[in-house]
Structure formats: C-alpha cells, structure tokens
Ligand binder design. Structure first.
Ligand SMILES: [Ca+2]
Ligand SMILES: [Ca+2]
Length: 278
C-alpha cells in the first residue's frame, strides 16, 4: 500500500520537524492505532516470580496496536453485527456462564460505553479481533508495547506507582473510561491496570527459558491459533493487571493466564495489526 507508506513518511517527517517525542509514531492510516516500531527489547525480569525469568532479549517485528482497550460501545457494534456472540446466543462452551454479566441483553451498562468491555472470554476476544480485521497481540508484542521504549522499568512510565498513574489497587474500585491516565512513550493508554488484556499465546511458565529470539510465540504458529481458535483449550496469557490489583501485579513484566472460556470482571483486551509488507 504505497499510499499508506507515503502518509507514514509525511507524518514521521512532521514529527521530526517539530521535535516531538521520538517514540510518538502515530500513523493516521490506521484509525485508533499506533505503530510500534520493529526492534529488540529486554523481556522478563530477573528478580521477579520464576515465570518471568530470565530477562532475555527478543526482536519483534513492527505492528500497530490499539491506543485504548476495546470499549463496551465498540463491543456492542461487534455483537450487533454478529448475533452468535450475543449474550443469549453464544455457545455455552465458549464462555464460563458469566459472559457480559453486567449487560442487559445486548446493551452495556448505562453510561459505560467508554469503559473497557469485560466479562469476555478469550474466544470472544479472538472473534472480535477477527471481525475488526485485527488480532490479539502476542505476549512479546504486548510487553514490548507496554514498556513504551523504556528499558528495565517496572511500569510503562518508570519504577514506582501511585493512584495518579493508573487505575489499580481499588482506588476507583471499578473500571474507568479508557484513557484517563497519561499514555506511555508509544502513546498507549491503560497498559497498566483498568482491565487485564488477553494475548494470543498459550501460557507456559517455562517459555522464557527456551524462547526463540525473533517474534517469540508460545503454542504453535499465529496462523494456526487464529484459524482454529474456536477449538483451542489450553490456558491463554493475559497481561497488565486490573482496577483491583495491587501495584506489583500491574507491572509490565507480570504474567497471568486463564482458560479460554474464562470471562471475568477483571479481564478485557485490545487488538493489534501486523504491518503489511509491500
Ligand atoms: Ca489494561
Ligand atoms: Ca504473575
């Protein structure tokens, strides 16, 4: 897509001209997403829980990521267009009976259109992403994006956390509308807290010990998982912590997981898009 390439060059050029933050790679060609540049980063944490060992350098291709968590209003557009994913029609095996628990039929809770959708299973998140022409991030993509270009920091902005940084620790005691706190270096909001975010990967506590260096992914190939997601039954990763979790658990390196039918008040998602090569 040469046109997109030209737009990208123009946008980057404008940023350079005005001396803006070097990590603000906004790309107006992809609505509501930012470009996360290709490159290496240090994944994991040396002094944390054993599933985060060891810190290892990985290379991730460029990708676009949603600036915000997927909202209730966005999710409603999906179920309106895809009735088989509505609360009263979804196949029982694709959720744990709490799917869209706070919704009244096909309507999200009053005044919460701009809150992140929650009570969505991994299956539902995968279906939404496919419908949107996107996909869930790999765990490596997610962590690289969350770090926002910083090296060796615990949070998307630095090393400490308090109530003003992110929706966590029950300071608000509920989800917040998306985008209420400062974005990270890539322009992404709520990578710490609000809701956990489903990733594509199968959760494997030992994966970092044997991780491939380029575009690591646990549990097969991206294509296999995306094409056959409905038949997957192994636990899937979610990242970033939620509105109730304490500071230690909204760290950029913290890993957690649930079975793919798990739907929780604490878990939502955001999508990414592979950068198409000419
Ligand atoms: Ca989040
Ligand atoms: Ca953990």
């Amino acid at each position: 897509m040469p046109r997109k390439g030209i737009t990208c060059i123009l946008v980057v050029g404008i940023f350079l001209n005005y001396g803006m933050q070097e990590n603000s790679w906004a790309d107006e060609g992809v609505d509501g997403m930012v470009l996360i540049p290709a490159g290496e980063f240090d994944m994991g944490r040396e002094d944390g829980p054993s599933d985060e060992h060891p810190t290892h350098t990985v290379y991730v291709d460029a990708f676009y990521m949603d600036v915000y968590e997927v909202t209730n209003a966005e999710y409603k557009a999906f179920i309106d267009a895809n009735p088989q994913w509505q609360k009263d029609r979804i196949e029982p095996r694709l959720h744990d009976s709490t799917y869209l628990r706070l919704w009244n039929g096909n309507n999200y809770p009053l005044d919460k259109g701009d809150h992140p959708v929650n009570y969505v299973s991994w299956y539902a998140a995968m279906a939404y992403a496919k419908w949107a022409g996107k996909r869930l991030p790999t765990e490596a993509e997610w962590e690289k994006a969350a770090r926002g270009g910083l090296v060796g920091k615990g949070y998307p902005w630095g090393d400490t956390i308090n109530a003003a940084d992110a929706n966590h620790g029950r300071y608000i005691n509920d989800t917040n509308p998306v985008g209420q706190y400062a974005p990270n270096g890539y322009g992404l909001y709520d990578m710490a807290g609000n809701v956990w975010e489903w990733c594509l990967d199968k959760y494997d506590s030992d994966f970092y010990r044997a991780s491939p260096k380029r575009n690591p992914f646990s549990g097969g190939t991206l294509t296999e998982v995306i094409n056959d997601f409905i038949n997957i039954d192994t636990p899937r990763v979610f990242r970033g912590g939620d509105w109730a979790t304490q500071g230690l658990f909204v760290r950029v390196d913290n890993r957690d997981a649930g079975i793919p039918m798990y739907a929780s008040v604490f878990v939502g998602f955001r999508c990414v898009k592979t950068v198409s090569h000419k």
